[in-house]
Ligand binder design. Structure first.
Ligand SMILES: *[C@@H]1O[C@H](CO)[C@@H](O)[C@H](O)[C@H]1NC(C)=O
Ligand SMILES: *[C@@H]1O[C@H](CO)[C@@H](O)[C@H](O)[C@H]1NC(C)=O
Ligand SMILES: *[C@@H]1O[C@H](CO)[C@@H](O)[C@H](O)[C@H]1NC(C)=O
Length: 468
């Protein structure tokens, strides 16, 4: 499963979106020889920092808790008569795997991946000691007792109101196939928004960007696709700006759309869609850097690579500057974050609604080159780690006050009933040396490891600013 070096191409990097450049291997080896000693000292220096940091973290008892390795032991039941066609299709030459069980609506293990309503979590229920505990995969209810509808989402922290806003796909409609070969889908309903001070109790703020019911030519016509909405705030224009993947049923439009609002809770005004830099664009995210420059990152060239480029100052358009990254690696569902001046990204592979292996990437410059560091998942069991805990990355949220700690947000898609897709939130910690040799640093792991720890239940450290 390791992707390492399989994709090692004759150095395609720092290319403009429209053209490819290549450097000769000779130059690289010369540069390599010159830098190798220098790098060696950096490695040692950085390792030292990492250890120191880990020590500090591990002295904090609650972080110790979060970094505990928690195993999952699941026995795959013996095959029974009929499986659902969804699982059958994937089966031909292999024995039954947990992924087959995951995709089989009739699996005896269904309750492990999609626990039923009785086990739901949320602020209305008397949770006893379970208040504030995330329980990945369980139904998560909002402050009114309804399942949260914010799939493929992201979180905006609004400084002015000290409130977190969670935006995502509102998918509370029937799942169907538009035609025989079409992917499972739900008609566009809109972008849902939830607010919270503590990141656990979420208040429904309604649909802040709604589908278009009648105009079939409109991007947001319900028959189309709206995925992965993300919102950032523009200090200069004082507008909340939303970017999202816009597509048609067959995913041939492959565009990004933008919308704008004066308030985090909308309503957002839809502006238009475009193919950024003239390229197809499917899974995407936006990232706002410390200096206020925001970036669009999207899967392109039929999902074979990602493109990244800064937005204009008003965040409403891309600029002509863009780079190809992770070329030939076929990654989607990008989620970016930054720590101590280094950029990190989690991505998934491309297998439709089925789960697959997550990879962590790092870069010193956001425009690349980006290194692939390997699978960030820790705990669970081997299948859990190879399937990113049966979920797909969507966002990584920094926890202010706890440097190096983040919430990893992912979607456990349920292709049989997409509205019942679950949220998998887990602690993500940056620290310690990377465990895989890196391409652009001559094999030396100069960056910290990104680790996502499996927990059946966990909570944010007490003392985190949002919690009373
Ligand atoms: C909650 O925790 C306390 C102290 O650990 C324990 O005594 C009590 O039984 C727990 N309550 C429930 C409902 O689990
Ligand atoms: C999607 O593809 C199917 C099958 O190829 C075709 O019948 C249908 O017209 C297409 N729909 C759109 C909106 O392009
Ligand atoms: C967005 O920028 C591109 C050039 O980068 C330009 O061609 C296009 O017209 C712009 N779109 C809008 C709506 O301003």
């Amino acid at each position: 499963m390791r992707m390492r070096n399989k994709y090692r191409k004759p150095t395609t990097l720092r290319c403009n979106a429209g053209s490819r450049c290549s450097m000769s291997a000779v130059v690289w080896s010369l540069v390599g020889c010159l830098l190798i000693l220098h790098l060696y000292s950096i490695v040692h220096h950085k390792d030292g920092v990492g250890e120191e940091f880990q020590m500090r973290m591990s002295h904090h008892p609650q972080f110790h808790e979060l970094q505990k390795v928690e195993e999952v032991n699941i026995q795959i039941p013996p095959p029974r008569g009929k499986r659902s066609p969804r699982a059958g299709k994937r089966r031909p030459r292999r024995t039954t795997t947990l992924i087959d069980e995951f995709l089989d609506e009739n699996s005896q293990l269904r309750h492990i991946f999609f626990p039923d309503k009785k086990t739901s979590i949320g602020p209305l229920k008397d949770q006893g000691n379970d208040s504030y505990y995330y329980q990945p995969g369980r139904i998560w209810l909002d402050t009114e007792g309804n399942p949260i509808q914010a799939h493929g989402g992201g979180i905006l922290y609004d400084e002015k109101t000290r409130t977190h806003y969670w935006y995502g796909e509102y998918k509370d409609g029937p799942t169907y196939h538009a035609h025989k070969k079409g992917a499972a889908r739900v008609d566009i309903i809109g972008v849902g928004c939830y607010s919270s001070m503590d990141l656990w109790a979420w208040k429904d703020e309604g649909i802040v960007l709604a589908a278009e019911e009648n105009d079939e030519t409109h991007d947001l016509h319900k028959s189309n696709v709206l995925e992965r909405p993300k919102v950032i705030y523009n200090e200069k224009t004082r507008k909340y700006v939303m970017w999202m993947h816009i597509d048609d049923t067959n995913y041939t439009k492959a565009s990004v759309g933008t919308a704008i609002s004066d308030y985090p809770t909308g309503p957002f005004e839809y502006l238009h869609s475009q193919r950024p830099h003239g390229f197809d664009s499917r899974d995407m995210t936006i990232f706002k850097d410390d200096d206020g420059v925001a970036y669009l990152i999207y899967s392109s060239e039929d999902n074979s690579e990602l493109h990244i480029g800064p937005l204009t100052e008003d965040y409403l358009n891309v600029t002509s500057n863009a780079r190809r990254i992770l070329v030939g690696q076929h990654r989607e569902a990008p989620a970016l974050f930054k720590y101590q001046g280094t950029y990190y990204m989690i991505t998934s592979g491309c297998t439709g609604w089925a789960p697959n292996e997550a990879l962590a990437h790092a870069a010193e410059s956001i425009m690349g080159p980006w290194e692939t560091m390997g699978n960030p998942c820790i705990g669970g069991n081997k299948m859990f780690r190879l399937a990113n805990f049966f979920a797909q990355s969507t966002f990584v949220l920094p926890l202010p006050g706890f440097p190096g700690s983040f919430i990893f947000m992912a979607d456990r898609w349920n292709p049989a009933d997409l509205r019942d897709s679950r949220y998998v939130w887990l602690p993500l910690i940056v620290g310690g040396p990377a465990d895989q040799p890196l391409e652009y640093n001559f094999g030396f792991p100069v960056w910290s490891r990104v680790s996502i720890y499996w927990h059946r239940k966990w909570r944010l450290p007490q003392g985190w600013s949002g919690l009373k």
